[in-house]
Design a protein around this ligand. Structure first.
Ligand code: IVH
Length: 667
C-alpha cells in the first residue's frame, strides 16, 4: 500500500471508530488499538506533509497556538426562543398556531440542553466553520476548538447534502464538570459556577489542546440546508443522525397538548438521571411548511417556544456567615441557615463565594434567604425576602481581618477573593497545605487523614511539609486515639512516599496554579527541582500550557527563602528531586527503530517495549521506511506484515530480539 493509501485508510477507519465511540456509544476496538493506529497516522502525516488534511482525526488533539478569534457574520441569524413557565402559556402558544394555520398541528418536544449554542458548517461533507452564537448575527470562529470535541464529525458519512449548517449545543457532562472543578480548586483557581459556564468558557479557551482535555460533548437539534427536501423536523433530525451527528434520542412527536404536558412531567423527573443539565423543554412545530408560514420575529421563531423548568426553591433564615480559609489563603464566605428541605435533601449551608456576591444580594443580619437548587446539585442563594427583614438589621460586612489568625486581609486588584497573607502561621492555610501534600494525586500518604493532620499541627509536631519526614512513632503515640498499629501504618506511608516521582512532588508542593497536568509538563521540561528553580519567567513560558500567570507564580514560589528551606529539608530526607531517566541496560539497539505486533510467548508487549528502550532502541507506533525491525508475534495484523514485506523490513521473532539485545547481532 502506498503511504497515501494507508493514510486515507487510517483516516476513514479512525473517523468511523470515533463515531462509534462518541456518537453511538458502541466501540468495537480497544482504546489501545485506537491509540496505536492514531500514532501510526501521526507518524505518517509527519513523514508525508504533502498529504495534510485539516479534518484528519489527528487534528482533534488541538494545539497550543493562541490566536484571537475571528468574527464571522452569518446571513441567517441564530435566533433564541421565547420562554414559557406554565401550562397556560404553552396553551396560548399552541392555540395561536392552530388559529393561524386553521388546523391542529403536531409538535415535537425536545430537551432544552443547558450549554452554549454552536453552529457547524459543512461543505462537501467537510467541517469548514464552527462558530458561537455571539449576538446572533455575529459570532466567533471557534473551529479549532470545536474540532477537539469528539462527538462533532469532521467528515460526514452517507448521503449528505453539499452545503449544510447544523445548529446545536455544546455541553459539559456532570462527570467532566466535577473533575474540572476539582482540578481548579486543587490549584487555587475559582471553580466554575455550573456546567453551562464551564462549557462556554472552555469553547473560548485560547489553547485548543486545553479544550481537548475538557471532555465537551455536542448535541445537534436543527438542520439547515437548501440541497435537500425534508417535509418535517423529525425527518431532518433522522437524516442528520445518518450523516454522523449526535442527535438526542429523547425527542417525542406530540399530537395534542396532553402529549406535550406528559412529556414535560416525565422529563421534570427524569432529568435528574441525565449525565448533563437540561433547563427545560423545547416545543417545535414538526411540519416545515407550517414553520415557513409562521416565520420569525426579529429575535425568535414563531413556530417554537421553550418551557423552562422551575428550579426548586425554599426559604430559610440565615443564622450567621462563616468565613473559610483555604490553603491558598482565599477567604470563602458561607451562609449557615436554618435547615430546610430542598429537592430531596436537607440544606443547611450555601457558599456565597466572595464579597461581591454578598454585596449584590444585599444580605443583612438575620435575613431570610431564597435558596434554589436547579439542575445543578449545589444549592444557591438567589435572593432575599426583603419583607421579612428584621427591623434595624445591619448589612453584612466582609471581615477586614482573617477570622482565624487575625491578619489584615488583602484583595488583589482584578480578583474577587480576599486573601489572608499570613501563609506561614495561619493554621487553616498550614493544614490545608499539609492535606494537599498527602492527598492521593500528590504524595498519596493515605494513612494520614484530616483529623490526624490537624492534631499533628495542634501538638506542634508538624508545621510544614518537611516535618512529616522527622515525625517519630513516639510523637504519633502521644496523639489521642492513635495506637501502635496506626502509628506504624503512618510511618510506613511516609517512608513509601520517598519513592513518589518528582512530577508528583512538584504538584504536592502546592505552588499556586500548578495543578497535576502543569506539574507534569514542568517536570518534563525542567527535569530537576534545581533546573526549575533557576528558570526565568520567559523560559517557563516556553513550556506547553504555561502562561504568564503560572510562570510568575513558580518564580515567586522559589523567590521565597522559606520555601527553599523546606525544599532543602525534603532533599535531605531523600525525596525525588529529579525526573528518573529510564535506566540504560545496554546499547546494542542504539540507533535502531522497532515496531512490535502480535502476542508473544515469554514477554508481554510492554515488557518487550521497555527491553527495547532500555537497550537504546526506539519504538515506533507504525511500520514505515524508518523501521529497522518488526518484531512479530502470533496473530499480528496482516496490514503490518504486508507493509513490512513491501518495505523490505527485517521481520524478527521474540527470540531474535533477545539475541540482538545480548549480542548486538542476530547470529
Ligand atoms: S432550537 C431556531 N432546540 O436554547 C432554533 N434550542 O433561546 C432555535 N437550546 O441558545 C433553537 N436545546 O442554544 C433549540 N433542543 C433545542 C435546544 C435549544 C437548547 C438553546 C439554544 C438557544 C436557547 C434558546
Amino acid at each position: 500500500m502506498a503511504p497515501h493509501e494507508r493514510i486515507d485508510y487510517l483516516r476513514s477507519f479512525l473517523h468511523e471508530q470515533n463515531h462509534r465511540y462518541y456518537v453511538l456509544n458502541e466501540p468495537v476496538i480497544s482504546d489501545m488499538e485506537f491509540d496505536m493506529l492514531m500514532h501510526e497516522l501521526q507518524d505518517l502525516e509527519a513523514a508525508y506533509p504533502e498529504y495534510a488534511d485539516p479534518n484528519s482525526p489527528t487534528q482533534r488533539v488541538g494545539s497550543d497556538l493562541s490566536v484571537a478569534f475571528r468574527q464571522v457574520t452569518r446571513t441567517k441569524p441564530m435566533l433564541s426562543l421565547g420562554n414559557t413557565y406554565n401550562e397556560g402559556e404553552i396553551q396560548d402558544f399552541y392555540q395561536r398556531i392552530v388559529k393561524e394555520t386553521g388546523h391542529d398541528v403536531d409538535i415535537v418536544c425536545e430537551l432544552k440542553f443547558d450549554g452554549t449554542s454552536i453552529s457547524l458548517e459543512y461543505e462537501d461533507g467537510e467541517l469548514v466553520l464552527a462558530s458561537t452564537r455571539g449576538n446572533g448575527t455575529m459570532g466567533d470562529d471557534v473551529t479549532r476548538n470545536a474540532k477537539t470535541i469528539n462527538s462533532i464529525p469532521l467528515k460526514l458519512r452517507g448521503d449528505y447534502p453539499a452545503h449544510l449548517e447544523m445548529r446545536g449545543e455544546v455541553l459539559m457532562p456532570h462527570a467532566a464538570f466535577d473533575l474540572l472543578n476539582q482540578q481548579r480548586t486543587d490549584i487555587g483557581e475559582p471553580p466554575f459556577a455550573n456546567p453551562r459556564n464551564a462549557a462556554s468558557g472552555s469553547l473560548k479557551l485560547q489553547s485548543s489542546s486545553q479544550v481537548a482535555n475538557r471532555q465537551l460533548d455536542c448535541i445537534l437539534y436543527y438542520v439547515m440546508t437548501d440541497d435537500r427536501h425534508f417535509s418535517n423536523h423529525i425527518e431532518s433530525l433522522e437524516a442528520a443522525k445518518e450523516w454522523g451527528f449526535k442527535i438526542s434520542p429523547s425527542y417525542k412527536l406530540c399530537h395534542n397538548l396532553d402529549d406535550v404536558y406528559e412529556y414535560i412531567h416525565v422529563w421534570a423527573e427524569k432529568r435528574k438521571e441525565l449525565p448533563f443539565d437540561i433547563d427545560g423543554i423545547v416545543l417545535k412545530v414538526n411540519d416545515f411548511s407550517v414553520q415557513r408560514d409562521m416565520g420569525a420575529t426579529a429575535k425568535n421563531p414563531r413556530w417554537a417556544i421553550s418551557y423552562k423548568f422551575k428550579a426548586e426553591q425554599a426559604h430559610s433564615r440565615i443564622l450567621n456567615i462563616s468565613y473559610q480559609v483555604g490553603r491558598t489563603g482565599a477567604i470563602t464566605p458561607v451562609a449557615n441557615m436554618e435547615p430546610m428541605q430542598l429537592a430531596g435533601t436537607i440544606v443547611r449551608r450555601a457558599s456565597l463565594h466572595n464579597a461581591d456576591v454578598i454585596a449584590s444580594l444585599d444580605i443583612h443580619e438575620g435575613d431570610t434567604a431564597i435558596v434554589e437548587k436547579g439542575g445543578e446539585i449545589i444549592p444557591k442563594i438567589v435572593g432575599i425576602e426583603i419583607e421579612k427583614r428584621l427591623e434595624g438589621a445591619k448589612p453584612i460586612e466582609f471581615p477586614t481581618s482573617c477570622p482565624v489568625c487575625g491578619t489584615a486581609l488583602k484583595r488583589i486588584p482584578g480578583e474577587a477573593a480576599h486573601y489572608c497573607p499570613n501563609q506561614t502561621s495561619c493554621p487553616p492555610q498550614i493544614t490545608g497545605r499539609l492535606l494537599h501534600f498527602v492527598s492521593r494525586k500528590a504524595m498519596n500518604i493515605d494513612s494520614l487523614g484530616d483529623e490526624t493532620i490537624e492534631l499533628l499541627h495542634k501538638y506542634g509536631y508538624i508545621n510544614d511539609i518537611s516535618d512529616f519526614y522527622q515525625l517519630t512513632p513516639h510523637q504519633l503515640l502521644n496523639l489521642p486515639g492513635i495506637k501502635e498499629k496506626s502509628a506504624l501504618h503512618i510511618i510506613n506511608g511516609i517512608k513509601e512516599s520517598l519513592n513518589v516521582p518528582y512530577h508528583r512532588l512538584l504538584f504536592a508542593l502546592g505552588i499556586r496554579f500548578v495543578g497535576e497536568t502543569v506539574a507534569k509538563k514542568l517536570a518534563d521540561e525542567f527535569p530537576s527541582i534545581d533546573a526549575l528553580r533557576e528558570a526565568n519567567p520567559l523560559q517557563l513560558m516556553l513550556t506547553e500550557e504555561i502562561g504568564e500567570r503560572i510562570a510568575q507564580s513558580v518564580v515567586d514560589f522559589f523567590a521565597d527563602g522559606k520555601n527553599i528551606e523546606i525544599i532543602e529539608k525534603l532533599r535531605a530526607a531523600g525525596l525525588q528531586m529529579k525526573a528518573v531517566k529510564k535506566e540504560l541496560l545496554g546499547e546494542n539497539l542504539k540507533g535502531l527503530n522497532f515496531v512490535i505486533s502480535g502476542t508473544f510467548v515469554n514477554h508481554s508487549r510492554d515488557e518487550l517495549k521497555s527491553l527495547i528502550e532500555s537497550n537504546g532502541g526506539k519504538m515506533l507506533s507504525g511500520v514505515s521506511s524508518k523501521t529497522n525491525y518488526l518484531v512479530a508475534g502470533d496473530n499480528m495484523g496482516p496490514a503490518k506484515l504486508e507493509k513490512a514485506q513491501k518495505l523490505d523490513i527485517h521481520i524478527i521473532s521474540e527470540t531474535d530480539l533477545l539475541k540482538l539485545i545480548d549480542n548486538g547481532k542476530l547470529d
